[in-house]
Design a protein around this ligand. Structure first.
Ligand code: DAH
Length: 348
């Protein structure tokens, strides 16, 4: 019996080596280890053996099965490795095929400009702060030197929600007083506050009852209009190009004294005069001024000790000018055909 088993092992060793494909490998496995194979035959023949012989033969058969299992595994690994190698060598990748385009989102143009402006102000040491959109009359008007009945309220006096005390803020200026009051140490301040504002207005190509402002406030010692001019000049040049000139025009805001309109030289005609600048050579982009002593006081800053300037930009207006957009509603409809136009990278 022992010889028979040894003989069988040799035979299998030779045959396993000859196997070349997974199909042949499978067939061989079934042939030798299957129910009808020689190993099964030996096992079923053991019935007629003595106990001693059964022990001996059982041990040999188990060893044989184990060896055959190992041989088969090794051979299978070799076949698979070879097949993979052949497959890879035959496979060709056409690197000239254009890649599949993956659509990616585009930031809203207005949002993009807000972020760009925030970065610019942060680079000049400003903090970006936020304030509530649902605001108290007290902060939106009262503390900004706009008492009840003040005529300058008329243009903004709009979306009241609860009696006359709460309204959708008509400007981001209330954040000025909020920030001053929150600063208990009464230290110098530099903040910008971008955010939504609401007021009664026509809804047409250049007006919307809801729009975005960016408020700015700087408070320190010995601040003058010259500081405001320098700051505005940098903003104009950074956002609209190094060639831009800036100028102040006298104006009125209840919370600043003196107050000015912020003009930049027209980037369309270079200041010569064109329809965009209504033939004046200048475009107004915001309002500003020196913080009114009463507003400083309301914020808890002693006007004898502190001075400061404030400004407010209409962000839609800035974006319309910067990107040549003619309808304000473009910002709110998020039409991908429009937003995608602004998604060009340098390389394109
Ligand atoms: N709040 C003003 C408006 O809505 C804009 C503005 C003007 C803000 C002058 C200021 C400022 O801070 O100093 O029309």
């Amino acid at each position: 019996m022992k010889e028979k088993i040894e003989q069988l092992q040799k035979e299998i060793e030779i045959k396993v080596k000859e196997v070349k494909t997974l199909k042949e490998w499978n067939d061989l496995k079934v042939e030798y280890l299957g129910k009808k194979g020689p190993i099964s035959a030996i096992l079923s023949g053991m019935r007629d053996l003595s106990i001693e012989e059964k022990k001996e033969t059982g041990k040999l058969v188990n060893e044989l099965k184990e060896t055959v299992g190992i041989l088969l595994d090794e051979q299978r690994a070799q076949i698979e490795a070879k097949e993979l190698e052949e497959k890879l060598s035959k496979e060709e990748i056409d690197i000239s095929l254009p890649a599949t385009k993956i659509p990616v989102g585009t930031p809203n143009i207005l949002e993009k400009l807000i972020e760009e402006s925030e970065e610019l102000f942060m680079s000049m040491g400003y903090d970006v702060v936020e304030g509530p959109e649902l605001e108290k009359d007290y902060y939106n008007f009262e503390l900004l030197n706009l008492p009840k009945g003040h005529p300058a309220r008329d243009a903004q006096d709009t979306f009241y929600t609860k009696g006359e005390e709460l309204l959708l803020r008509s400007q981001t200026s209330p954040v000025q007083v909020r920030t001053m009051l929150a600063n208990e140490e009464k230290e110098p301040l530099r903040i910008v506050c971008p955010g939504k504002t609401y007021r009664r207005d026509d809804d047409d190509a250049t007006h919307s009852h809801q729009f975005t402002q960016m408020e700015g406030l700087l408070i320190d010692k010995n601040i003058s209009l010259a500081d405001l001019k320098g700051t505005f000049d940098i903003i104009a040049k950074k956002l609209f190009g190094i060639e831009r000139e800036t100028r102040f025009r006298p104006s009125f805001y209840p919370f600043t004294e003196p107050s000015v309109e912020l003009d930049i030289s027209c980037f369309n005609c270079g200041g010569k005069g064109c329809p965009l600048c209504k033939h004046t050579g200048w475009i107004t982009v915001g309002g500003a001024g020196m913080v009114h002593p009463r507003v400083l006081e309301n914020g808890g800053y002693d006007p004898k000790e502190w001075t400061g300037f404030a400004f407010g930009f209409g962000m839609e207006r800035l974006a319309m000018l910067k990107y040549g957009i003619t309808d304000i509603r473009t910002f709110y409809t998020n039409d991908l055909r429009v937003t995608d136009t602004f998604n060009r990278t340098e390389a394109e």
